[in-house]
Design a protein around this ligand. Structure first.
Ligand code: AMP
Length: 119
């Protein structure tokens, strides 16, 4: 079930509201892209929907436009960051994947060769 009301304690909602600083990379009507505070690659950008959802497990058939908005902005990020030789897109879901911020976010990682499978 999608959570429509931003949580008062949601870190990324506060970033979206400008209450917590962030370094913008790209922006659209439905999504915002900013630099990860603890980058795991030379280029590490988070793309978040302006609407609050906890994680990818909340997504359903009605969220196609929201996802298209996220991936369109991620494409713009990759272009702006010059990730011409490739990059990785990641959604972490739940504790086993190491999800630490409960606001849906797409990691855009690039600028180095990625290992597979991820650790
Ligand atoms: P995840 O582990 O998938 O939930 O990713 C959350 C990401 O948010 C991590 O890579 C953190 O480094 C990043 N992060 C946490 N706080 C901030 C912040 N204030 N600004 C930018 N990125 C952050």
């Amino acid at each position: 079930m999608a959570t429509a009301v931003p949580g008062a304690d949601c870190l990324f909602c506060k970033i979206l509201a400008g209450e917590i600083p962030s370094v913008e990379v790209a922006s659209s009507e439905s999504a915002y892209a900013f630099r990860d505070i603890a980058p795991r690659a030379p280029s590490h950008v988070l793309v978040v929907p302006r609407r609050h959802l906890e994680d990818a497990a909340e997504l359903g058939p009605a969220d196609g436009p929201l996802l298209a908005g996220l991936f369109s902005l991620a494409n713009e990020v990759a272009r702006k960051e010059g990730l011409v030789s490739g990059y990785r897109l990641v959604f972490n879901v739940g504790d086993d994947a190491g999800n630490s911020v409960p606001h849906l976010h797409l990691h855009v990682l690039g600028g180095r060769v990625m290992a597979w499978p991820p650790g």
